[in-house]
Design a protein around this ligand. Structure first.
Ligand code: XUL
Ligand code: CO
Length: 436
């Protein structure tokens, strides 16, 4: 069996270790609050970045060779499978996610693409069994091919929608066959550039109809997992219909799709929407719609989706706090929708990036659990809203209050002097817990 990565299996060595190919914080079997770290974090490899992205950007060709020693397209994609599973196995990553286009070459026609998929999928299936690795979610790439330049499910031409349907149908079949627990829709080209050529109402109706067809097909064929929508405010289109979590929830409710769909929250997409990662996770959680996470990070100095591996420990801490408050992942997990920088172009960099990210989320989990156990933050919030537990506040909560009773009450209390929000004190508490 060919070895693609000259890297040993990555093990936990603790914080004192200086070995770059070792975990300093991620101890898969360590128990935290009733579950192991591995069960909490459910790490997943993103096939598109890790096995396909070669560092190409707007200004230059790729800096990384991901052909794995082959030149015939189908042979390249076969080697990608073996390389992917070697990598996941060595990193101890138990899940992966894919787009149809990441795992097989498109060929010259839809039929050829489908038959290429039929060659590759059994190899993936066999490798999954060999290593005990599972599929987190599948999806279809309905945004890269030029035919999708005006959209896929929201295209202005019905033939394009039919093409997208064929891709989604096949990707759902593969997801079911491989036992995936989720199916993602990221609306790559589902948006618009100018209202001068766009019937927004028609496009949104079509998008909902398309999602309904996909749900009906998948359910009929035995899919019991969750569907996720992945919000993103811009890129590639100026106005993406799935702008952010709140926008997506409103869309799902308008079309009665909220029972089948949860959200797949991506950190960098939150940044682009002008939100924090934890804001998007919190909106999802309080609406019982937190499905899965695309774990990456952006760069505040660049206005685009840089898809960096996550290493910001404050961000992972606040994210894991939301995940723990939501009761943890069920069908979802932490998918590294992230790529090494164009200048980090060796196979070792792919390992180092995953190790850094897995450790950052392990630290996030440890910290989030400490914040919960310490209890000062939760106690502060509870106390801050205590006036809604008795008197007029309790009447509001119970739906007994009216505008008249509140107005009558206000006349009896004189002026109100709200208490301090104590933000700096709370930030100090967080630091004292994180760096104890
Ligand atoms: C694009 C993005 C996608 C989705 C899956 O920004 O995040 O890779 O995660 O289509
Ligand atoms: Co993503």
């Amino acid at each position: 069996m060919k070895e693609f990565f000259k890297v040993p299996e990555v093990k936990y060595e603790g914080t004192e270790s200086k070995n770059p190919f070792a975990f300093k914080y991620y101890e898969k079997e360590r128990r935290i609050g009733g579950k192991t770290m591995g069960e909490h974090l459910k790490f997943s490899m993103a096939y598109w970045h890790t096995m396909c992205a070669d560092g190409t950007d707007m200004f230059g060709v790729g800096t990384m060779d991901k052909s794995f020693g082959e030149s015939d397209p189908l042979a390249v994609y076969k080697q990608k499978v073996y390389a992917a599973f070697e990598l996941m196995h060595k990193l101890g990553i138990e899940f992966f996610c894919f787009h149809d286009r990441d795992i097989a070459p498109e060929g010259k026609s839809l039929a050829e693409f489908q038959s290429n998929l039929d060659v590759i999928v059994p190899i993936i299936e066999e490798q999954m069994k060999k290593y005990g690795i599972k599929l987190l979610w599948g999806t279809a790439n309905c945004f890269s091919n030029p035919r999708y330049m005006h959209g896929a499910a929201t295209a202005c031409e019905a033939d394009v929608m039919a093409f997208a349907a064929a891709q989604v149908k096949k990707a759902i079949d593969i997801t079911i066959r491989l036992g995936g627990t989720g199916y993602v829709f990221w609306g790559g080209r589902e948006g618009y550039e100018t209202l001068l050529n766009t019937d927004m109402a028609l496009e949104q109706d079509n998008y909902a109809a398309f999602l309904r067809m996909a749900v009906d097909y998948a359910r009929k064929n035995g899919f019991t997992g969750d569907f996720y929508i992945e919000p993103k405010p811009k890129e590639p289109t100026k106005h993406q219909y799935d702008f952010d979590a709140a926008t997506v929830l409103a869309f799902l409710r308008k079309y009665g799709l909220e029972k089948d769909f949860k959200l797949n929250i991506e950190a960098n997409h939150a940044t682009l929407a002008g939100h924090t990662f934890e804001h998007e996770l919190c909106i999802s959680r309080i609406n019982n719609a937190l499905g899965s996470v695309d774990a990456n990070q952006g760069d505040e100095h660049l206005g685009w989706d840089t898809d960096q591996f996550p290493t910001d420990v404050y961000a992972t801490t606040y994210a894991m706090l939301e995940v723990l408050r939501a009761g943890g992942f069920t069908t979802g997990g932490l998918n590294f929708d992230a790529k090494t920088r164009r200048g980090s172009n060796t196979p070792e960099d792919i390992f180092l990036a995953h190790i850094a990210a897995m450790d950052a989320f392990a630290l996030g989990l440890i910290n989030a659990q400490k914040l919960i156990q310490d209890g000062r933050i939760d106690a502060f919030i509870k106390e801050r809203y205590a006036s809604f537990e008795t008197g007029i506040g309790a009447d509001v909560r119970a739906g007994r209050a009216t505008l008249e009773t509140l107005a009558e009450y206000a006349l009896t209390i004189g002026d109100v002097k709200p208490a301090s929000g104590r933000q700096e004190y709370l930030e100090m508490v967080v630091n004292s817990i994180l760096f104890a």
